[in-house]
Ligand binder design. Structure first.
Ligand SMILES: [Zn+2]
Length: 348
């Protein structure tokens, strides 16, 4: 396998300013501009920002947010059955239950098949408290839902497990939960990933994801670890702070996890969340990018998942999603992927 096919391109820009922090002396700040090797999408890393000392987690603010939201929580056990929707009669179960996890339709869906999976009765869990078993029960429920949808609607073949954790990540409910979306068409991003992977295959004659795993394993700087068939990496050109990518070697669709790899994925995810906790992360997004459930694209595409951290919950926080991210689709991050990989590796 030739791994040199993947180009990790970066350039450095320099910003010059007379800094009030150094008696208005001239200072230069380097900014790395990196390109994602698959899509060409750019991101910027301000190396100075990465050196800033991390603020410690505001434990008391977090406790206040958790306590205030507990009183009328829709997902706590005393309310869940009274206030959450049920699947319609043509589905075999009104709510899907696996271990402590409970899944039901989203009350305010943005797709024909949009459900919610509550992990457990616990209203709040720190990121080091998501055990592999807790994750696996819920994700097993997700796969069961997707299969029930597909049996009834064979055209619904793009399945995603999505997670907004805490309000800065877009969660309207604090109680830990995932969102399941199943669609007839890929999302714009998934479309780009699959299309770019196919172009890479046509151009280079190999699977981009397999080449990426090999290149990162050899290079080592961004390699975090392996759990069974799942390889955990930090992204060369991240789309968010503390971005971690999981690549499922050999599988293009999430349906494959049912027989092989779900436990391994949950093991790695649990470890990553422990690492996030140690870094002081309290809020994050996760999603899976799965090919269609009824086709095997593994010749050129592998199922993958991504996590990015978000600002910690507090009353007046600054969003990390500004004009560059929202409108130019170019991310400014303050974490070096190589430093992050080094820190997370301890948990694998
Ligand atoms: Zn709750």
């Amino acid at each position: 396998m030739t791994v040199a096919k993947i180009a990790f391109e970066k350039t450095v820009q320099e910003a010059r300013l007379l800094s009030p922090l150094q008696d208005f002396k001239l200072v230069t700040q380097p900014i790395e501009v990196r390109r994602d090797p698959l899509t060409g999408r750019r991101c910027r890393i301000n190396l100075e920002r990465t050196k800033r000392p991390k603020q410690s987690a505001e434990a008391t603010e977090m406790e206040k947010i958790v306590e205030a939201s507990r009183a009328k929580c829709f997902f706590c056990p005393e309310n869940l059955e009274k206030v959450t929707p049920m699947f319609p009669e043509d589905f075999p179960e009104r709510r899907i239950k696996v271990g402590g996890a409970c899944l039901f339709p989203n009350l305010f869906p943005f797709g024909g098949f949009h459900a919610v999976g509550v992990f457990s009765e616990a209203h709040h869990l720190d990121l080091n408290q998501f055990s592999p078993k807790l994750l696996e029960d819920c994700f097993e429920g997700c796969l069961r839902y997707f299969e029930q949808v597909h049996e009834r609607h064979p055209e619904i073949k793009y399945w995603h497990i999505n997670w907004n954790h805490m309000p800065p990540a877009g969660a309207s409910i604090v109680h830990p939960h995932v969102q399941l979306t199943a669609d007839p068409e890929p999302t714009s991003r998934l479309w780009e990933f699959i299309g770019s992977s196919k172009s890479y295959f046509d151009r280079e004659g190999s699977n981009y994801w397999s080449d990426l795993v090999e290149a990162e394993r050899k290079g080592g700087e961004r390699f975090i670890g392996k759990t069974g068939p799942v390889t955990w990496l930090t992204s060369f050109a991240p789309e968010g702070n503390n971005e971690v990518a999981a690549v499922f070697v050999g599988a293009s669709a999430i349906i494959r996890l049912k027989k092989h790899g779900l436990g391994d994925f949950c093991d790695g995810l649990s470890r990553t969340l422990k690492g996030y906790h140690a870094l002081g992360v309290q809020s994050f997004n996760m999603t899976t990018f799965s090919g269609p459930c009824d086709e095997d694209l593994s010749e050129y595409y592998f199922l993958n998942a991504k996590l990015v951290s978000r600002p910690n919950p507090r009353h007046l926080y600054t969003s990390d999603d500004g004009f560059m991210e929202k409108l130019h689709h170019e991310t400014v991050v303050e974490t070096m992927p190589e430093t992050l990989a080094e820190k997370l590796r301890e948990y694998f």
